[in-house]
Design a protein around this ligand. Structure first.
Ligand code: R5P
Length: 269
């Protein structure tokens, strides 16, 4: 692996912990208007200082995020479908040269294993890995779940292993029972998606359980930006991912931020 590839990976997976907190705001690429993302920058500007990277499309990056923003970018490179039709028929939507122009630290696409678009999306992953290697840009494979697929270890493990075998540098999947076995069978770092909004304590429990089971972090969106305290949630998730906080400690961070009495960061002596 060359220096550029390693350097970009280190921007995403923090070298001190080997873990990452990605803030995902790419939902509009197939969902269209998404609650909480009406004005993307208004939503993320107070969250960015607590995230290790921001995952989004080039359209929202160019239109909404000021170029002076200090956050590594994970650029979505696939799409072409909407919730009105077959989601698995995604194609590549961005040239790797444009990802370079946008100074992406990593590029990402979805693969739909077990769905109509399986072959095409897996071949797209292979193409993106080749393009990424040409320029030293790591690829995150998102193991998207088709509407007929269940989010269980046997299926998600299959998807993660295939993505890693095709050369993905990181894989995103869903947390499930038996997650340790998925981690053991996937020779690259795994991050978990948050999925649909759930109560804050449940979302923190899921992040905690995933880290305990060997996840290298989270790529979380709705459970942060749709929370009644987005800053509280991202700080709480960060404590779990980067500081090995327990569930109670993390939930207290969320509650105190929500109540307006945030825990003070330790000050230098
Ligand atoms: C889905 O494919 C999108 O890439 C989202 O970025 C991903 O699902 C993470 O967001 P959430 O935590 O809201 O599920």
């Amino acid at each position: 692996m060359d220096w550029g590839m390693k350097n970009r990976l280190n921007r995403i997976l923090q070298p001190e912990t080997g873990r990452t907190l990605m803030l995902a705001i790419d939902h509009g690429y197939f969902l269209g208007p998404t609650s909480g993302l009406e004005e993307p920058y208004e939503t993320v500007k107070d969250l960015i200082p607590h995230a290790d990277s921001l995952m989004l499309t080039r359209g929202v990056l160019r239109s909404c995020i000021p170029p002076g923003t200090k956050i590594p970018i994970v650029l979505r490179m696939s799409g072409g479908t909407s919730i009105l039709k077959e989601l698995s028929e995604e194609g590549l939507t961005v040239a790797v040269e444009d990802a370079i122009r946008l100074n992406a630290s990593a590029i990402t696409l979805s693969v739909f294993i077990g769905a109509d678009g399986e072959r095409a999306t897996l071949l797209n992953l292979a193409k993106l890995v080749d393009a990424g290697h040409q320029y030293g840009i790591p690829v995150l494979a998102v193991t998207a779940v088709g509407k007929d697929m269940v989010r269980e270890a046997r299926y998600l493990g299959l998807a993660c292993r295939i993505a890693a075998e095709l050369g993905a540098h990181m894989v995103k999947t869903y947390f499930c029972d038996g997650f340790e076995e998925i981690v053991r069978n996937t020779p690259v770092p795994i991050v978990i998606a948050g999925g649909k909004k759930r109560p804050e304590r449940d979302a923190l429990q899921m992040a905690y359980d995933a880290i305990q089971a060997g996840a290298s972090g989270v790529d979380m969106g709705r459970n942060i930006f749709q929370s009644d305290s987005p800053v509280g949630m991202i700080k709480a998730v960060r404590a779990i991912v980067q500081k090995d906080a327990g569930l109670e400690e993390a939930f207290t961070i969320y509650e105190e931020e929500k109540a307006g009495t945030p825990v003070l960061e330790p000050q230098p002596a």
